[in-house]
Design a protein around this ligand. Structure first.
Ligand code: BDP
Length: 675
């Protein structure tokens, strides 16, 4: 077992009398529909694997349409006028021992099959399955940060799965397996290239390549999008400018869109990173984000969507990077075209281990807002550290914006994007447990009401073992892993303490980078007296960007949850925490708690050896050993640095850092991915 099968392993069921009666038959209406074909094949494949050990099933092909078999499955998804949005029903009829999967379009049957297999894989009796579901939001998409040469920005799982070099002539089987994995969790869109976009994707040469990929994804209900480089009309179009208000520029985009749509009629649209981190954008021509987005939206027309990212921070006003997206975008509320979506990261800085929800959610009622999350763990220990992200996303989705609903409510009419963690590694995600983040993203985009615990349980049962003792141990391990990372990396609301460039280990001392807001010191504001970023009225007043009721819970250090204390406040080292301890002692205690939790995770995993195949068991155990060492590294380097600033001794009984601060500062990692 190398992890390639993901959560679609469908390990043989030991105790399933319904399978002992022989392979069930599958009847499908609309059998020629490409999606129904996939659905049927997936069901057949899943059932065969679930029945794997049974004689005389063997590995042969399952006979179809055997009359009078004890159990059969019926797929009945004919367009009935309702939108083909994936809603489905799975209902068993005990009297004639049939399970019927139905819905208003072929995607319903595909999603219904995967949902049924998910239940069966967890040991459910098919005649007890009764599901009636519809997606909470229309757009559930992955964003790949993949370059044409196969390099994946912030990718920790090998090379890109998109082989532009050999496309369109060769399509890798992996792409179909990728489509199946995505469809199994309801993902219905994919942006195949990096937001730091190469204009190549807009050239004629790439259209057949994109078409081949789009054709492969289509039966799985997945639409293809590309990231578009704003300056392309100038760079590859031969125009003297990319000014969005120049009619030649709009005509160029329209012509490009026409070409793409001629090849890919269901092309999703363009994702754009503009005027951010050196990327070109409308501001280069004195125009606004809305001018830029609307021009491209006109070029696409009602055929697709322009997804415009709100991840911006300018060099001009470095007083508080957390304030900038709100400052730039809120004045544009109501100015974006109907087929523009503004995509907002979960927090106002950048995919940190913990951030309060982005203040833009709820603040642009006349704009279609979508949530952007990051599956690849750029700031959370890459693929080496075991960190299950569902609790983080659950925290954001459930946050009350104070402006008429939670973040999940705000994005429900639009959707959710996840920066993908997939690559060419055999296990797809760089580690077995990072598959859970891909899985959890899809499940939460389908239903943000699902609990992290339910998601962890169903993932672990399908991926590793459905045995109760295993699940009872591994689920809490997963659920606690995110808080562990917060504690050993950036406890109590600290943020962006990672080393420069690769963002892997600790670098709290970094203070000499060209732009102030690139420095960890900018975020910690640590000095002899205290630590933390004052974002109240006495400081940057970023707090005022939240609805008053929300801001009120964070406006005084004494009222603020310790989770966000140093995010919103600069407090003295002896500030009294709710625990009764002074801040400094609490901070040290948090680092220790993070380390201890990772130790406990490793111990728990060691006890699970009987339930897991040898290869995957060892892979995980080895990563956990690295994580144990690196949690200590984070703790020791951070504590050594804070001590150099505050001059304080360690609370009684605390282990001193293993090495000197100079030692930690001297470490360099030229081989780290993402440098
Ligand atoms: C940051 C990454 C950078 C991305 C950027 C973005 O470090 O590689 O290009 O976000 O989201 O987190 O555009």
């Amino acid at each position: 077992e190398d992890g390639y099968a993901l959560w679609l392993r469908h390990a043989p069921l030991e105790d399933a009398p319904w399978l002992d009666r022989g392979p069930p038959s599958i009847y499908a209406r609309n059998g020629d529909d490409p999606t129904i074909k996939v659905a049927t094949a997936e069901l057949e494949r899943g059932l065969l694997k679930l029945g794997g050990k049974r004689d005389p099933w063997g590995v042969g092909t399952m006979p179809r349409s055997l009359p009078n078999t004890p159990a059969s499955f019926e797929l009945d998804c004919r367009g009935d006028g309702k939108p083909n949005d994936g809603r489905f029903r799975v209902a068993a009829d005990r009297s004639n021992k049939t399970v019927k999967i139905s819905g208003p379009g072929s995607i319903s049957c595909l999603y219904g099959v995967y949902a049924l297999l998910r239940e069966l894989s967890q040991g459910e009796d098919p005649l007890a399955v009764n599901l009636d579901e519809k997606p909470a939001m229309p757009l559930r998409m992955l964003n790949h940060w993949d370059n044409p040469d196969g390099y994946v920005e912030r990718g920790y799982s090998g090379r890109s799965i998109f082989d532009w070099w050999r496309l369109p002539d060769h399509l890798d089987q992996r792409l179909l397996d990728y489509a199946s994995a995505n469809a199994s969790i309801g993902i219905n869109g994919t942006v195949v290239n990096n937001v730091n976009a190469s204009p190549l994707f807009l050239t004629d040469r790439y259209i057949p390549k994109l078409k081949r990929v789009a054709d492969a994804l289509r039966p799985y209900g997945i639409r293809l999008y590309i990231s578009a480089r704003f300056s392309a009309p100038h760079e590859i179009g031969g125009l003297p400018t990319a000014d969005p208000l120049d009619p030649r520029v709009e005509a160029w985009w329209k012509e490009r869109a026409d070409e793409i749509y001629a090849a890919i009629p269901d092309f999703g649209g363009f994702l754009v990173k503009a005027n951010s981190e050196g990327q070109p954008g409308p501001q280069d021509y004195g125009r606004t984000h809305a001018d830029g987005a609307n021009m491209m939206a006109r070029a696409i027309g009602d055929r697709g969507t322009v997804i415009w990212r709100a991840f911006v921070y300018s060099e001009v006003d470095p007083t508080d990077r957390a304030k900038q997206a709100y400052a730039e975008f809120v004045p544009l509320d109501g100015k974006f075209a109907g087929n523009v979506i503004v995509q907002v990261k979960n927090g106002a800085i950048d995919f940190q281990p913990r951030e309060p929800f982005h203040p833009l959610f709820g603040a642009m009622p006349k704009t279609r807002l979508m949530l952007e999350t990051q599956l690849t763990k750029e700031y959370l220990g890459f693929a080496t550290h075991l960190v299950f992200l569902a609790p983080m996303w659950e925290e954001v989705l459930r946050a009350d914006t104070g402006r008429g609903g939670t973040v999940a409510d705000v994005i429900a009419p639009v959707g959710m994007a996840g920066v993908a963690n997939t690559g060419s590694d055999r296990n797809w995600s760089g580690s077995h447990f990072d598959q859970a983040n891909w899985y959890a993203f899809g499940r939460l985009a389908w239903d943000p009401g699902l609990s992290s615990e339910a998601i962890a349980r169903e993932w672990a049962a399908q991926t590793f073992s459905r045995e109760q003792p295993f699940l009872d141990a591994v689920v809490p391990l997963m659920l606690g892993s995110r808080q562990a990372a917060v504690d050993y990396m950036t406890p109590l609301g600290l943020t962006h303490q990672m080393a420069t460039g690769h963002h892997y280990g600790p670098g709290p001392w970094v203070a000499d980078l060209a732009r102030p807001e690139w420095n960890p010191m900018y975020y910690s504001r640590a000095d002899k007296e205290g630590i933390g970023f004052d974002r109240t009225a006495s400081g940057s007043n970023a707090l005022s960007q939240y609805a008053p009721a929300v801001a009120a819970q964070w406006d005084e250090p004494g009222k603020t949850s310790p989770d966000y204390l140093l995010w919103f406040h600069h407090v003295t080292w002896d500030f009294a925490m709710p625990s009764g301890k002074p801040l400094w002692n609490e901070l040290v205690g948090r680092y220790d708690a993070g380390v201890a939790r990772v130790d406990a995770m490793a111990q728990t995993w060691a006890s699970l050896e009987p339930y897991v195949d040898a290869q995957r068991f060892t892979d995980v155990a080895e990563n956990l050993r690295i994580q144990q060492q690196e949690a200590r590294w984070w703790r020791d380097a951070s504590i050594a640095y804070w001590q150099s600033i505050n001059g304080l001794g360690l609370p009684a009984g605390t282990r001193p850092p293993e090495h000197s601060l100079d030692y930690y500062r001297s470490l360099t990692f030229p081989e780290a991915p993402g440098n």
